[in-house]
Design a protein around this ligand. Sequence first.
Ligand code: XLS
Ligand code: NI
Ligand code: NI
Length: 437
Amino acid sequence: MKEFFPKVPKIEYKGVGGDALSFKFYNPDEVINGKTVKDHLRFAMSYWHTLCGDGTDIFGKGTQDKSFGGSNAMETAKNKAYAGFEIMDKLGIDFFCFHDRDVAPEQATLAETNKVLDEYVGIIEELMAKYNKKLLWGTTNAFGNPRFTNGAATNCNADVFAYAAAQIKKAIEITVRLKGEGYVFWGGREGYMTLLNTNLGLELDNLGRMLTMARDYGRSIGFKGDFYIEPKPMEPTTHQYDYDVSTVLGFLRKYDLMDDFKMNVEANHATLAGHTFAHELCVARENGVFGSIDANKGETFNGWDTDNFPTDVYDTTMAMIQVIKAGGFTKGGTNFDAKLRRASTDPEDIFKGYIAGMDAMALGFKLASKIIADGRLDAFVDDRYSSFKSGIGAKIVAGTTNLAELEKYAMDLGEVSTNKSGRQEEFEAILNSIIFG
Ligand code: XLS
Ligand code: NI
Ligand code: NI
């Protein structure tokens, strides 16, 4: 079989002194808390950025050749699959994630599109067996084609809703065929550009209807994985309905979807919503909906989803504290929803991007494990809330008191004692001493 990256060897862990095409911090076989780092992190390759994204942006055309030597759309699609599995194999990545439209081009009719899609899924199925790779999650692209200009499940036109439903049905079927462990809904155009022309109530109800039908269909054909919503506040829409984890929680509760849906939290989407990645993960964890992550980072001062490979170790460490506290990944994993900068044009750069990202996530994971094992931060938090463990605090937590009793209690207090110090600076210094110590 043709090798697409002959200059790239199998990427190995060589420590900080290693060459550019080696891992500095990610040692897949290192065991932490009884499991290898590889099994903790469950890295996944994003099919779209890695094999389809060519650096095209709103001001200019692509700079990176993603034809993989193909002379027409069909051959290129096939070569993408081969190249993708070579990339995963060389990086030692066990999983991948894809949209239906990433793997096969659309045809003149939906029936033909599905037929061609099945053929390419067949190729992927063979490659999965050959290379022992797994599908972390599948999804449908119901945002790229102009028919989805006004949304998919939240479109003003019922025909588009039906079209999106057909795509979702098929995408769930191929996810089941490939034994995918998850299925993602990212509401690309599920939002509005202006309230002036929008029936927000109907659109949200229809989104609830679509997800309910998708859940029911998935379960009826034996999908046992997790359904995920991937929150994002905006872009391309002015307002996206799955704004952030808290907003999605309200939605899932209203439409009674909590038993089947979890969150796929993306770092750059958190930033866009005005949150840290760790905040979004913490909210998911505290509400029992932590599922999977899309690892990347934004440019700090840019208000859009730039999908850089993650390299900010503070950020990955803070995020990994939440992942570990959530009990780690079960069906989810660490998908690199990340792409090269437009000016990174060497074929080897894609490996360097993944190496940088995998190292930063692994380092974050190791540091987070150390911070948790160190125990000082958790002990302080525990102590800070200790008044809720006994006396009136315990009654508040147990729900066995009321305003009248609390009033009487407060009357007898005299003055409430001064606040105990929050010691933020001390704990930021502790964090640094663990990270750099
Ligand atoms: C776009 C999203 C998208 C999802 C999958 O911003 O991150 O790539 O992860 O549809
Ligand atoms: Ni994104
Ligand atoms: Ni994403």
